[in-house]
Design a protein. Structure first.
Length: 207
C-alpha cells in the first residue's frame, strides 16, 4: 500500500468512526428535541452554539482531557458532526404533517408503529440531508487532526508547511477535496433516491 493510500485509509477511518458515533448520539438527540416542548428552545440554542465553535478550538480543548493522537481528533469530530444531525432530525420529525399522523392513528397504528412506519420514513430524506452535511464537514475538518498527531491526509499539509514543500501541501489539499466531493456526490445520489422512494403508509398496520 502506498503512502498516500495509507493516509487516505487513516482519514476515512477517523471520519467514519466520528460519523458513526455522531449518528448514535445525534439521531436520538434530534428525536428528543422533536418531542420536547418548554425546554426545546434552550437545548436547541445550546446545540446551535456548539456549531459556531471552530474545529481547531475544539481540538485544543480536547488536548488537556485526552492527550494527543486519534482520540482527541475523534472527540472533536464527533462534537462537530452531532449538531447538523440532531437539528435536521428535529426539523424533519416536526415537519411530518399532523394530518398524516392522525390518519395513521385512525388506521389503528400504535405510537411505536406511527414513529417507525410514518414519521421516520417521511423524515428520512431530511435527516439524511443532515447526515450528508455532517459527512462533508467531518471529512474536511479531519485534516486538522494532523496538528495533534491524529493522522490522515492533513499530515501532507502540515508537513508541507513545515518543510516549505508546496507540492506536498497540494497533494494533501487535493486529496481531501476529492474525498469530500466524492462523498457529497454519493450521498447526494442516495438522498435523491430516498426522496423519491419514501412511502411510509405501505401495508396494513399490525394488530
Amino acid at each position: 500500500m502506498t503512502d498516500l493510500a495509507l493516509h487516505v485509509r487513516d482519514h476515512l477511518v477517523l471520519s467514519g468512526c466520528a460519523l458513526a458515533l455522531a449518528l448514535l448520539a445525534g439521531l436520538p438527540l434530534g428525536a428528543l428535541l422533536a418531542r420536547l416542548a418548554g425546554s426545546r428552545e434552550a437545548l436547541l440554542a445550546a446545540i446551535n452554539a456548539a456549531r459556531v465553535i471552530p474545529s481547531l478550538a475544539v481540538l485544543a480543548l480536547m488536548l488537556p482531557l485526552v492527550g494527543v493522537g486519534f482520540t482527541p481528533a475523534l472527540c472533536a469530530l464527533v462534537l462537530l458532526a452531532i449538531p447538523p444531525i440532531a437539528i435536521t432530525t428535529d426539523i424533519a420529525l416536526r415537519g411530518v404533517p399532523a394530518a398524516t399522523v392522525e390518519a395513521a392513528r385512525g388506521l389503528g397504528m400504535s405510537p411505536r408503529q406511527i414513529r417507525a412506519r410514518v414519521q421516520w420514513p417521511l423524515a428520512l430524506p431530511v435527516v439524511f440531508a443532515g447526515v450528508r452535511t455532517a459527512t462533508v464537514e467531518v471529512i474536511a475538518s479531519a485534516t486538522l487532526a494532523a496538528f495533534i498527531g491524529g493522522g490522515g491526509l492533513g499530515e501532507y499539509i502540515v508537513n508541507g508547511f513545515a518543510a516549505g514543500d508546496v507540492p506536498q501541501q497540494l497533494e494533501g489539499a487535493i486529496s481531501v477535496a476529492a474525498l469530500t466531493l466524492a462523498a457529497d456526490a454519493i450521498l447526494g445520489a442516495l438522498e435523491r433516491r430516498l426522496s423519491h422512494g419514501s412511502q411510509p403508509l405501505r401495508g396494513s398496520p399490525a394488530t
